[in-house]
Every structure is written in structure tokens, then in C-alpha cells.
Design a protein around this ligand. Structure first.
Ligand code: GLV
Length: 383
């Protein structure tokens, strides 16, 4: 394929290069994948207002997220197993994000560790925390994130029990891949991926291997989450984490106004309106459809961010118009990474940046900070 022009182009390229179990891991949603599809589809139901004959020079997408300068309202979302889309994937993506002037969020379930990412970046990145039953391990993770200079902690609230993704079970997903006929066949057709992977030693869960005790099967995400994640996680734990961390805190996985109010009560700096990319509760509403209600409920108390379904700069603009201070992209950067490594992440970010810039201009606006509901012609998702 020639130069990728859209996130869909990067997805096509990634599908060719990345073994099926890892491409599918990124691409899948829970059960029927209806919420995964709704996240994308609902963006297209929002229509923009075309405005003409206004000065469109000197445009700016720069803004802030939780007080941090960003070159556009886009952060890289925490995604599990990123180092399986491409060897050393988290390190490459973090560097691409740094160069693009947007935040990178490292997942607890990453392949490269907090320390690996720290070793290749010069600006602080954000760290996403899953809360395990072993609170000592959680305390150590928070301490490692602090020692690495991470400038925000993103606590995920919606994955204490893993949603079932059929493809992962059928593909025999594990990191590193287990030596079965099924996985050998998936790897055999992806020689470039395999060659890169042979050159790195980072093939397991880098934040966990060697740091957590009493772990029986760490290569299987579903076994690990079922055994280690704490299904009793509560708002009191969020307060405990907030005190322990002492820095900027973002709560990820809020899709309900009452939960948004409870999140604001904790004193968190931001929430991410999210259904985990449709990977958890299949049948939940899309993120963008819930955004206006959640902004109306808590938008004056903390920043509201959004993830789920963002595939273009137009989507980012629509989310900002409906009140999101920033957005997170997961799959778009994973497709770029799988397709081309670090240049692919840069390509994903630049595709979105260009789309947002031109869309903003064609809406008659020059500064992302001036974008509000006035750029929307039709919105089926009112507060
Ligand atoms: C982990 O965050 C997952 O959705 O698989």
C-alpha cells in the first residue's frame, strides 16, 4: 500500500504484519462487539456545521489536559500487550508521542516496563494502574511510577473482571505466544514481526514478571486478571490510591452520571468517559453518546476526557465540541505501531492532527480552545 492516508489504511497494513492473535486482541470487543461498533458508529451520527468566508489563517490545536500542555487534545490510551504489536512497542510509541507533543499512557499490562519507557523518554509520561488483590504490589507499582517521574496516574475502574473476547480464546492469546500448532501457524506467516521480536528480550509482562509474587500463569491475560485483579475495588480504594500517589489522578471507565459524580467527589483531576473500547460490557452505550450527560453532571468539577471510537480528527473535534477536554486513542496508534513501528504511530497522530485542523477550518474556527457546541449541526445525544 502507498502512504497511509487514514487510520483504516494503517489497520489494513497492521493486519498484514502482526500475528493474528495480537492484531485480533487489539481489534476485538466483548461478546457480540455491539458496543465496540457503537463507539465508532455514533460519532458518524453527529453532524458538523459548515461555515465559510471567515479568516482561517494561523490555526492552533494546542490546549491543555489536566494542566499539561498538549499540541492537540489527543493522548495515547493505555493498551495492554502493546509490545506484541511490534517489538519494544511501548518504548517506540512513547517516543513518537513525546515528539508529537501528546501524552503517552503506559498500561500496567504492558510488555515494556515503566523503567524501560523511562529510559527512552525525556518528558514525563502517564501511568495506568490496574488494582490487584496484592496491595503491596500495587503500592510498589505506584512507587515505581513516581520514581520514573510519571506525571499522572490513570486508574482503570471498569476491568476488575475481564469481558470475554471470543477471538482471544479462539486464537490462544498469550504473551509470549505459547508453542502450539495454532500459534506456530499464526507466527509462520509474519516473518518480519518474528525477526523484530527475536531481537528484543521484552516478550512478557514487563511491569509484573519479577515484581509480583504468587503468580501461576502470567502469559495468559485472562488467567492473570481472574486470579489477581481485585473484584472488590471500591471508591474507598480510589481515595487510598489518591493519597498514596499524591499527584494528578484520572479515573478511567466512567459511563454513568452517578459514577461521574462519585468520581468528582474523590477530588480526581479528570475522568475518562469510556466503556473500555467496547471490550468489557457488551450492550453498554457508546462513549460519545454519554459524553454530553456526563459533562452536564460534572463538567464544572473536573475535566472530562473521552475514549472509544475515535478514528479521525473529526471525531476528536466532535468530542471537544460536546465538552471533552481531551480524547484518548488506543486502536489507531496500535494499528500504526503494528503497521510500521514508531513511524506508524507518528503517522496515526499526524493523520488525526491534519484531519482535525482542516475540519476546524471548514467549521470556520481557528483555535481548538474556541470549539464548542456551536460547530455541531445535529447531535442526537443531548444532555
Ligand atoms: C486490557 O486492558 C484489555 O482491554 O485487554
Amino acid at each position: 500500500m502507498s502512504k497511509p492516508l487514514t487510520i483504516a489504511d494503517l489497520k489494513t497494513m497492521a493486519r498484514r504484519r502482526v500475528p493474528k492473535m495480537f492484531f485480533d486482541y487489539a481489534d476485538s470487543g466483548a461478546w457480540t462487539e455491539s458496543t465496540y461498533r457503537a463507539n465508532e458508529d455514533d460519532f458518524s451520527r453527529i453532524k458538523l456545521r459548515q461555515r465559510v468566508l471567515v479568516d482561517m489563517t494561523d490555526r492552533s490545536l494546542a490546549t491543555t489536559m489536566i494542566g499539561h500542555d498538549v499540541s492537540m487534545p489527543v493522548a495515547l490510551a493505555p493498551t495492554g500487550l502493546t509490545g506484541m504489536q511490534h517489538a519494544d512497542g511501548e518504548m517506540l510509541a512513547a517516543k513518537a508521542a513525546e515528539e508529537a507533543g501528546v501524552p503517552f499512557t503506559l498500561s500496567t499490562m504492558s510488555i515494556c516496563s515503566i523503567e524501560d519507557v523511562r529510559s527512552v523518554t525525556s518528558k514525563p509520561f502517564w501511568f495506568q494502574l490496574y488494582v490487584m488483590k496484592d496491595r503491596g504490589f500495587v503500592e510498589r507499582l505506584i512507587g515505581r511510577a513516581r520514581a520514573a517521574g510519571c506525571s499522572a496516574l490513570v486508574v482503570t475502574a471498569d476491568l476488575q473482571i475481564l469481558g470475554q473476547r471470543h477471538k482471544d480464546l479462539r486464537n490462544g492469546l498469550s504473551a509470549p505466544p505459547k508453542w502450539t500448532l495454532n500459534s506456530a501457524m499464526q507466527l509462520a506467516t509474519k516473518p518480519f514481526w518474528c525477526l523484530d521480536m527475536l531481537r528484543t528480550s521484552r516478550r512478557g509482562f514487563g511491569n509484573i514478571v519479577g515484581h509480583a509474587s504468587n503468580v501461576s500463569d502470567l502469559s495468559s491475560l485472562s488467567a492473570w486478571t481472574a486470579e489477581q485483579f481485585d473484584p472488590r475495588l471500591s471508591w474507598d480504594d480510589i481515595r487510598w490510591i489518591k493519597d498514596l500517589w499524591g499527584g494528578k489522578l484520572i479515573i478511567k471507565g466512567i459511563l454513568d452520571e452517578d459514577d461521574a459524580r462519585a468520581a468528582a467527589d474523590t477530588g480526581a483531576d479528570a475522568i475518562i468517559v469510556s466503556n473500555h473500547g467496547g471490550r468489557q460490557l457488551d450492550g453498554a452505550l457508546s462513549s460519545i453518546s454519554m459524553l454530553p450527560k456526563i459533562v452536564a453532571a460534572v463538567g464544572d468539577r473536573l475535566e472530562v476526557h473521552l475514549d472509544g471510537g475515535v478514528r479521525s480528527g473529526q471525531d476528536v473535534l466532535k468530542a471537544v465540541a460536546l465538552g471533552a477536554r481531551g480524547t484518548f486513542i488506543g486502536r489507531p496508534f496500535l494499528y500504526g505501531l503494528g503497521a510500521l513501528g514508531k513511524p506508524g504511530v507518528t503517522a496515526a497522530l499526524e493523520i488525526i492532527r491534519k484531519e482535525m485542523d482542516i475540519t476546524m477550518a471548514l467549521c470556520g474556527k481557528r483555535d481548538i480552545q474556541d470549539i464548542d457546541a456551536g460547530v455541531i449541526a445535529e447531535n442526537p445525544f443531548h444532555a
